[in-house]
Design a binder for this molecule. Structure first.
Ligand code: HEC
Length: 199
């Protein structure tokens, strides 16, 4: 009897050790742990930001907003696709107030975006915030807020103020349904959505 009790205590201890003390079916479905996926997600989001800003800055230096706009239009999607291939994940850059309707969030992404919006409304600094959810066994969605920075206002700020009228006309030509203006530095502009799937 004692042996059995000792054995089950040992099994429970091992189980908790392996699951980080969270014996929930959803969390344990993912090995090794959500924490390591989040760490990797942060690295990928940073790599995505660095790659996009580097290209953007080069395009702005080369020909200003008028040149950078069609450049972004042609290359933003390809850039995130090549990063997806490099890291073996699926990367999306989504926003509710989007420029490209292909970047509209789906239901899961929207739920996480709204979580971030609520955190921000509650006074939380989103700079280091991120989260991850298990969508199915072995499938995790990692999300990280994208905040507006001063260098973004030429294309996402207020029309007639930081966004020049003539540039906004170009934006509307490329994106007739554009909703991605009116932002100020620090605003929650969008979100990285990175899908990890184990086969
Ligand atoms: C030269 C103009 C320009 C600048 C500067 C710029 N963007 Fe954009 N942004 C665009 C264009 C064009 C798109 C649409 C790309 C596409 O077709 O996928 C876009 C799309 C996005 C998206 C994807 C969601 C959506 O609305 O379609 C996010 C998020 C975003 N930008 C954030 C930023 C942030 C943050 C900065 C500053 C670090 C920034 N942008 C600077 C032009 C710009």
């Amino acid at each position: 009897m004692n042996t059995i009790r000792a054995l089950s205590a040992l099994m429970l201890a091992l189980y908790l050790a392996c699951t980080g003390g969270r014996p929930s079916g959803e969390v344990t479905a993912v090995a090794p742990s959500l924490d390591s996926i989040r760490a990797e997600g942060r690295l990928i989001a940073k790599a995505g930001f660095d790659a996009l800003s580097q290209k953007l800055m080069e395009a702005l230096e080369q020909g200003g907003v008028a040149y950078a706009l069609p450049f972004c239009h042609a290359n933003a999607g390809a850039l995130t696709d090549s990063l997806s291939a490099k890291y073996g994940v699926h990367i999306r850059r989504v926003a509710e107030q989007n420029r490209n309707p292909a970047n509209a969030p789906d239901a899961n992404e929207k739920a996480l975006f709204e979580t971030f919006a609520a955190w921000k409304a509650g006074g939380r600094d989103l700079k280091t915030a991120d989260t991850a959810v298990v969508l199915a066994p072995g499938k995790v969605l990692f999300a990280k807020p994208i905040l507006l920075l001063p260098q973004c206002v030429a294309c996402h700020g207020k029309v007639g103020e930081t966004v020049a009228e003539e540039n906004y006309r170009e934006i509307r030509k490329l994106y007739p349904e554009d909703r991605a203006v009116g932002f100020s530095p620090g605003d929650l502009r969008g979100m990285w959505a990175i899908y990890f799937e184990k086969n």
